[in-house]
Design a protein around this ligand. Structure first.
Ligand SMILES: *Cc1c(COP(=O)(O)O)cnc(C)c1O
Length: 454
């Protein structure tokens, strides 16, 4: 009998996360304090994060045990299924085998609770009462609201005003899980009040919302800030995805020739790929492709340099591929892929050519997403559909070449709250955006000056 799903039992849920730091070809350049421009130490970060997470940020231990309380909650939806996309393969008439790891089975509907639950746990363990964060489209905000609710923490989400008004259902989910959702810019913070006094009708931006969430956390003793991508500890927590996928492929008697994931800040891509990277560094032939929107092509068009993580320049300065901290991407429907930078570890691996990257326009991405919904039945999140599009292209190349490759891609979430985007696609109303060349130059001019240090 041909199997469609490769499942693991709850006992097979990984017991540790995989930390890639000790296996990197070299260590990434350290994050810098935005005021002093000197490498940041644990003390610089302790206003915003608990020690448990700060230690993970810099850990050189290869395996970090997943606390039992976190594993218990993971069991609500983990291990997640690995699917063999047999109906899609048939529709494409490809000899390639296509597998996808599906993270949409979590309550919030994406991979994001893998880190939200861990972050809530470590904050709770250190006596924190409330977490603040920002959200654009609402995926991260709803994941953190879900996690805080389970651990009895309060949660304050600064939601970019335009999304707050246009995407009411993610806000409803956050409220349902007990979070306070504040349209940003708001009167709650100094940053917000300043912006509103200058521009009362401001629709907000992710950069402004980050600044508000950070200010709120930094000015309240019992409150910390939480970030849903980019940082090492976030990537670490997401490796549970790749560790499971590796076991599942073993069960199926397969190993991927190609691993594909969409890339916003790099967490679902890295989480899926890093457990396979060790094999690659030992010489195993496995390609890894990060997929971006052409409207926000961080790896494919960005610059590898130190840059600010946020537009208000209050967070750490990181060495990464960047489109510039003042970059405001076009309003594409993959809201989770609109960050100007990427995870420093992933950027280093890209610079070292261990990872490849491609960028796609949103119309062809939605075309693949519709094919997927009509064959496999799941409506992909617009972000995840970028990975799918690349998998489809690679499977079609296999058809041309008559090659029987094994392709693994990450389906990081479902798109059940993104149906307005599908409506727009079906009505032929989606616009494709190219990233203009002048912007690369502008980003270069705005990079912070970094003094030499040793
Ligand atoms: C947030 C999000 C992404 C992008 O974030 P990464 O950190 O790059 O993974 C991708 N897919 C979904 C479904 C998301 O919610």
């Amino acid at each position: 009998m041909e199997s469609y799903k490769i499942l693991l039992s709850e006992e097979e849920l990984p017991e540790s996360w995989y930390n890639i730091n000790p296996d990197l070809p070299r260590l990434p350049d350290p994050p810098l304090n935005p005021q002093t421009r000197k490498p940041m130490g644990p003390d610089d970060l302790s206003v915003l994060f608990p020690m448990g997470l700060i230690m993970q940020e810099v850990s050189m231990e290869r395996w970090i045990p997943i606390p039992e309380e976190v594993r218990e909650i993971y069991k609500l939806w983990r291990p997640t299924p690995l699917f063999r996309a047999r109906q899609l393969e048939k529709a494409l008439d490809t000899p390639a085998k296509i597998y996808y790891k599906y993270e949409g089975v979590s309550g919030p509907g994406s991979h994001k609770p893998n880190t939200a639950v861990a972050q809530a746990y470590y904050n709770k363990a250190e006596g924190i009462k409330r977490l603040t964060t920002e959200t654009g489209a609402g995926q991260w905000g709803s994941a953190l609201a879900f996690a805080c609710n389970l651990f009895g923490l309060e949660c304050t989400v600064y939601m970019v005003r335009i999304s707050y008004e246009q995407k009411p259902y993610r806000k409803s989910l956050m409220n349902l899980w007990g979070a306070e959702v504040i349209p940003s810019p708001s009167q709650k913070t100094q940053v917000g009040r300043t912006i509103l006094s200058e521009e009362p009708g401001s629709l907000g931006s992710l950069g402004i919302a980050i600044s508000e969430a950070v200010e709120d956390a930094a000015t309240h003793e019992d409150t910390h800030y939480s970030l849903g991508s980019v940082l090492n500890h976030v990537i670490l927590h997401q490796t549970v995805v790749g560790l499971e996928a590796k076991k599942q492929l073993e069960k199926a008697g397969d190993y991927p020739d190609l691993i594909i994931g969409c890339c916003g800040g790099g967490s679902n891509f890295s989480g899926l790929c890093f457990p396979f990277m060790l094999d690659k560094m030992k010489g195993r032939n496995v390609r890894m492709i990060a997929v971006e929107p052409t409207a926000c092509p961080t790896l494919t068009r960005g610059i590898y340099a130190y840059d600010y993580g946020d537009s208000a320049r209050i967070g750490p300065i990181a060495k990464m591929y960047t489109l510039g901290h003042s970059f405001v991407p076009a309003g594409i429907h993959a809201g989770g892929l609109r960050y100007h930078g990427d995870s420093p570890a992933l950027c280093l691996l890209y610079e070292e050519k261990l990872v490849e990257a491609v960028a796609y326009h949103q119309n062809p991405v939605f075309e693949s997403a519709v094919l997927f919904a009509r064959t496999e039945g799941i409506v992909p999140a617009p972000e995840s559909a970028h990975a799918l599009k690349c998998a489809v292209d690679e499977a079609l190349k296999c058809r041309e070449a008559g090659e029987e490759k094994t392709i693994l891609f990450g389906l990081s979430g479902h798109g059940n709250f993104d149906l307005a985007a599908y409506d727009a696609y079906l009505a032929g109303e989606l616009v494709d955006y190219e990233y203009p060349e002048e912007k690369v130059k502008k980003a270069l001019e705005e990079l912070p000056e970094i003094p030499a240090y040793s």
